[in-house]
Design a protein around this ligand. Structure first.
Ligand code: SF4
Ligand code: SF4
Ligand code: FES
Length: 323
């Protein structure tokens, strides 16, 4: 029989009311936390026992709706699913609780989600096909073709991944992971005939190439959809369908593969040179520092992998990164 333990934890909680407050502030609480508590229990404790005006979203309490997504010490999490023991194990007993996106805060942890729907609409989230207006039967697809959607159709548009994304927070043009999941869902649909959607999600600033692969979106998704996997598939589709443009982001993908094929390991310096071309000059101060600390080596000093033959076959058979 497991014993319930109790310990004191210091919380700094983001507070803001966009009607009364000019700036947000942080309220401190020291609370008893049991080994059975999830983060949502702490939010409830603050609201029910300390300040009834404290506001946050929650709905299912079973980790399936995404309503309760917040940040704990900068890490995106579903409050009703994340155990406090895990948070204490990761971060210790000083925890900061914030909304997913502080700049969109309306009331404490509640954020304005309106731009989510604008981005969602931008990728034309529907099957675009010429079909008979009065069909005599459903327009079915085979089980194999349905499998190609890779569960992207399970997205409930909760927006958790969108606001957990650090790129969405700083780049207002970026479509965001949820829009990319929708774009993938319809690009992978054999009935779809739209040729503009993939072009749109490949544009610089708004498209998939600005994702920094931090996996925050995958961490917070209540449906385990793994948006980053769909983003990678959109990268591949862009090369396969000839949509990828020759720019710094796509050259990065091509250069990465070429480096692995050539050496079996990544040539960091060569990759930057390949991706950036002449504008590499701006990176020289950083490159010198990296060189000094052994983070990059000159091309002639790269030690090739012992399994280079095998790696070459694997990289060439699996990669789509080419122009
Ligand atoms: S992996 Fe990409 S899309 Fe997902 S949260 Fe990070 S930057 Fe955003
Ligand atoms: S991918 Fe997941 S987190 Fe993102 S909107 Fe869909 S269900 Fe929510
Ligand atoms: S309340 Fe639904 S996921 Fe937490």
């Amino acid at each position: 029989m497991s014993t319930i333990t109790i310990q004191k934890v210091n919380f700094k909680v983001f507070r803001f009311n966009n009607i009364d407050d000019y700036l947000p502030y942080y309220e401190s609480y020291t609370l008893d936390v049991t080994s059975e508590d999830v983060v949502l229990d702490i939010l409830n404790k603050i609201k029910w026992e300390h300040d009834g005006s404290f506001s946050y979203r929650r709905s299912c309490r079973h980790g399936i709706c995404g309503a309760c997504a917040i940040k704990v010490n900068g890490r995106s999490t579903l409050a009703c699913k994340e155990s406090m023991s895990t948070m204490i194990e990761y971060f210790g007993t000083d925890l900061t609780i914030e909304p997913l996106s502080t700049k969109r805060a309306i009331k404490d942890l509640i954020i304005d989600k309106s731009d989510f729907w604008e981005k969602h609409e931008s990728v034309k989230p529907y099957v675009n096909a010429k079909i008979d207006e009065t069909p005599s039967c459903e327009n079915l697809i085979s089980p194999e073709d349905a499998d190609a959607l890779n569960e992207a159709d399970l997205c409930i548009q909760c927006g958790s991944c969108h606001y957990a994304c650090p790129v969405t927070e700083i780049n207002d043009d970026f479509f965001g992971p949820a829009a990319f999941v929708s774009a993938y869902r319809f690009e992978a649909d054999v009935r779809d005939e739209d040729s503009d959607r993939l072009i749109a999600v490949n544009d610089e600033k708004q498209g998939v190439w600005d994702c920094v692969k931090c996996f925050e979106c995958a961490e917070v998704c209540p449906k385990d959809i793994n948006p980053i996997e769909k983003i990678t598939s959109l990268h591949q589709m862009a090369f396969q369908r000839g949509v990828a443009k020759n720019n710094v982001a796509t050259r990065h993908a091509v250069g990465f593969k070429d480096s692995i094929v050539r050496n079996g390991v990544l040539d960091e310096g060569g990759l930057v040179l390949y991706s950036e071309g002449p504008s590499i000059i701006k990176h020289i101060p950083v490159a010198l520092k990296m060189f000094k600390h052994g983070k990059i080596v000159p091309p002639w000093a790269i030690v090739k992998s012992d399994n280079i033959g095998e790696i070459k076959i694997l990289a060439q058979s699996s990669s789509t990164a080419k122009f």
